[in-house]
Write a protein that binds this ligand. Structure first.
Ligand code: FES
Length: 445
């Protein structure tokens, strides 16, 4: 087939060979590849915007990103969720410059054009100075996303009119999102997301989320403090799953020394599983202590059990994560905490406190991770390093577990790099075909 050539004559197909587990270091920091990612990934994919529970009231407005474009996440006065480009139609100024607001109207700070929270341009300063036909207000409302989709309260959007529906895009992954997002009938965001930037190429961060075998090593200070099991295989007892479209996850059982089940949730919450999940999903949830997953390309969940305080028991929490690249070597991180709507106040408090002590910019785990991602980025910048590949070959020879009852391909043992290989395969499909693989094969694009 056709090959995707870069300006120096190298081809993307030679730089990324997911089937062999070899990925060039160049793709992580190269400016030309970054520009191509904007066109082929961030203009085309579905991106997480926020959770419905973050905009409970009419008039709620949050500033977010859709792909790499600034966006407004709005519940309009009629209660309809809408997502717009956060940019005035006049000269492009951001119409909302705060993280959050509650308002029926957004007035641009530059020349004062004002928009209703439905996006409609309703008032223009000095309107009398426009001649007839110079400004038709009806044509200059805020630019809405091309498609919007909501699944278990998770709001996603895309700028691509040709994108498959969110339902099709999530495909197999919906089965696993049920377990994480609908196990007890619904989740809500607690607090506000933490947002920060790190000097890392965005793909080093995405690569890390289903990487289980860094935990014992990268976070070894926690092992030494007795906050993680002193067992190099402790996060290896589970299943890695490769779903459609590059979506990936693991469902991991507790270690023999830390034998958690049912996501570590309290009895009154785990008792609700059969109301909302089918029998196979209940069994999977029961056998799971930890889980992480990636909705391709840059949205993740982390369902973890950890102690947040020396000598205190482990507490479960559900962390949602998003990475938005702001340059080839800089990434904006978003981190949310979700709690089961059915949870009581005591569990909510314990889960929230454990989360803020372990994840987010001040979290003891995240600080270790960011140090690794930033260093991997710096070492990929030089001309010598860029000629070499990284290694993602763990588990290449592991057979598919044919007994797995869920959709997708499953592999026994949660130390393996099947998930990353699948992610890079989706990256290559988007970058060379402009769309995720399964759909592109079906519709011939
Ligand atoms: Fe918004 Fe001019 S840029 S009114």
């Amino acid at each position: 087939g056709t090959r995707t050539m870069l300006s120096d004559g190298e081809c993307l197909e030679d730089l990324v060979k997911p089937g062999d587990g070899l990925v060039s270091r160049r793709i992580f920091t190269d400016a030309e590849i970054y520009e191509l990612e904007q066109k082929r990934i961030f203009a085309k994919g579905w991106f997480f915007v926020g959770h419905e529970s973050e905009v409970p009231e009419p008039g709620d407005v949050l500033t977010r990103m859709v792909g790499t474009d600034p966006a407004l996440f709005v519940r309009d006065d009629d209660g309809v969720i809408r997502v717009f480009l956060n940019s005035c139609r006049h000269r492009g100024m951001r119409v909302c410059r705060t993280d959050r607001a509650n308002t029926s109207f957004l007035r641009c700070p530059y020349h004062g054009w004002a928009y209703k929270n439905t996006g409609e341009l309703v008032s223009v300063q000095a309107e009398d100075f426009y001649g007839p036909d110079e400004l038709r207000k009806a044509d200059f409302g805020l630019i809405p996303v091309a498609r919007l989709g909501i699944h278990h309260g998770l709001v996603f959007a895309t700028w691509d009119e040709q994108a498959p529906s969110l339902d099709e895009y999530l495909g197999d992954m919906k089965y696993y999102l049920d377990i994480i997002m609908n196990r007890t009938g619904g989740m809500r965001v607690v607090g506000t997301p933490q947002v920060w930037e790190a000097e890392t190429g965005w793909k080093f961060a995405t690569d890390n989320f289903t990487d289980n075998f860094h935990v014992y090593f990268a976070h070894h200070s926690l092992v030494e403090l007795g906050m993680l099991p002193n067992d190099p295989d402790f996060a290896g007892h589970g299943t890695l799953v490769v779903a459609e479209e590059g979506h990936i996850l693991h469902l991991t059982a507790g270690a023999p020394t830390h034998a958690f089940e049912s996501l570590g949730l309290p009895d009154e919450l785990r008792a609700k599983f059969p109301e909302f999940l089918d029998a196979d999903q209940v069994e999977m949830a029961k056998n799971t202590a930890y889980s992480a997953g990636t909705v391709w390309p840059n949205f993740h969940w982390l369902q973890l059990m950890s102690s947040g305080t020396l000598g205190q028991p482990d507490v479960p929490f559900l962390n949602l994560r998003l990475e938005v690249p702001v340059s080839p070597t800089r990434t904006r991180m978003w981190s949310w905490l979700l709690i089961d709507e059915a949870a009581d106040a005591e569990f909510t408090k314990a889960s929230y406190e454990t989360y803020v002590r372990t994840f987010g910019p001040a979290g003891i785990y995240d600080q270790d991770d960011m140090e690794n991602w930033e260093d991997c980025t710096r070492t990929s910048l030089g001309p010598a390093a860029r000629r070499h590949t990284l290694h993602h070959r763990m588990g290449l020879g592991t057979p598919v577990d044919e007994t797995w009852p869920g959709p997708g391909k499953a592999y026994r043992g949660s130390y393996g790099e099947h998930t990353q290989r699948s992610w890079y395969a989706a990256w290559l499909r988007f970058m060379t075909e402009g769309r995720a693989g399964r759909k592109s094969q079906e519709d011939g694009r």
